[in-house]
Design a protein around this ligand. Structure first.
Ligand code: PLP
Length: 381
């Protein structure tokens, strides 16, 4: 029997293992030098001024929302074609959540739909998600943010190593904060982990405090400066969203490999594109200003008989191919339907979802695996 091919997985080599072991033997397991080193190299790599590493990207989205003032009476908008965390963070803050339908070609939040919605109302925070690693049109979104006065959190959980206008995603040129995930299925991993990137020193200060209980120790930030060196103040209601030195050691080591990760993913995409050409499929596209990191390789089935996607999906699974579906539109989740959303609210995302299948895509996927996946898919179609 063939070995199962998952839809995504990490790559851990000897240098990653040694980096973690070295940290385990050191004096610091958490809140030590590896955390600040990871933040430094991530800031350097992306071009952002400040980086605050946290326990996961969901935590990063939560404190990013809080830092930008989300609370009761405020509103967050995001794409329905995302993981639930991009929307949930708004609810964590007590804000309202709404969605902007997607573009039928990029599967990212549609700038045209956003413009239409802005004629009616304005969000406080917009969370564009760089779906599959392909950057949203940030320049246009940023211009609208200037015009209408809302903040931007880029959810770049898929886009570590991707580029927009020739610069690395995460530089925050067109956003207030960018968030990334280091979960094992993403581009690079720290086991669990996430990061907030920003160019704004005040936001960086708040994010840093919110990561650890809302506590500050820096004398500059204290209200009472006449206490001893034991003294700290809690200025906000923060959380324990800290990341360990063990995780950051792995993150630092993985970042050294990230360019190679993305290069291999891009080669696999070329191979998929070539082998799948001419079939009754819509293949994923890169937007004009974007260089995708290709976290996912989502195809759309063009035949739309009832139950066809399920048939194809199940047949691929039977052939030991770990396909997946990204994403069930968030507004269609039972929790969001209870909040008042219904099927039909965001038809482009729903239509895409009904015909989507993500094929396996990860650094360790071999050319032979891609041949097998495409040959099997061809036979099924
Ligand atoms: C994975 C993911 C998240 C959450 O990341 P965690 O690190 O698992 O919390 C958020 N948004 C998107 C788009 C994701 O894919």
């Amino acid at each position: 029997m063939r070995e199962f091919i998952p839809y995504g997985r990490q790559s851990i080599d000897q240098s990653d293992i040694e980096a973690v072991i070295e940290t385990l033997k050191s004096d610091w397991l958490t809140t030590g030098p590896k955390v600040s080193e990871f933040e430094q190299v991530m800031a350097q790599y992306t071009g952002a001024k400040y980086a605050i590493a946290v326990s996961n990207a969901t935590a990063a989205l939560h404190i990013a929302g809080l830092a930008l003032g989300l609370k009761e009476g405020k509103e967050l908008w995001t794409s329905p074609n995302t993981f639930v965390a991009s929307a949930n963070c708004g609810l964590y803050c007590g804000a309202k959540v709404d969605f902007v339908d997607i573009d039928p070609d990029s599967y990212n939040l549609s700038v045209e739909s956003l413009k239409e919605k802005l004629k009616i109302k304005t969000p406080d925070v917009l969370v564009p998600v760089h779906f599959a690693g392909n950057s949203c049109d940030m320049k246009e979104i940023y211009q609208l943010a200037q015009q209408y006065g809302f903040s931007i959190i880029e959810d770049a959980s898929h886009a570590v190593g991707g580029e927009y206008e020739g610069l690395k995603v995460g530089n925050c040129q067109y956003s207030d904060i960018t968030v990334m995930s280091f979960h094992p299925v993403k581009i690079m991993t720290s086991g669990e982990g996430g990061i907030c990137l920003t160019n704004n020193p005040e936001l960086a200060e708040i994010l840093l405090a919110l990561r650890s209980h809302g506590i500050v120790r820096d004398e500059r930030l204290l209200e009472d400066k006449n206490q001893g060196s034991w003294y700290y103040e809690q200025k906000w209601l923060g959380y324990n969203y800290r990341i360990t030195d063990i995780q950051c050691a792995l993150g630092i080591s993985q970042l050294k490999r990230v360019e190679e990760f993305v290069t291999v993913r891009r080669e696999l995409v070329e191979q998929y594109n070539e082998l799948l050409e001419g079939l009754e499929l819509k293949l994923p596209q890169e937007s004009s200003q974007s260089k995708s990191s290709w976290h996912l390789y989502p195809i759309q089935l063009l035949k739309n008989e009832n139950g066809y996607r399920k048939k194809v999906y199940d047949s691929l699974r039977e052939a030991q191919i770990g396909v997946n579906v990204h994403y069930i539109p968030v507004h269609m989740q039972p929790y969001y339907r209870k909040l008042g959303f219904k099927v039909g609210d965001f038809p482009v995302a729903e239509k895409y979802y009904n015909s989507a299948i993500s094929l396996p895509m990860y650094y360790g996927l071999s050319n032979e695996d891609v041949n097998y996946v495409t040959k099997t898919l061809k036979n099924i179609l």
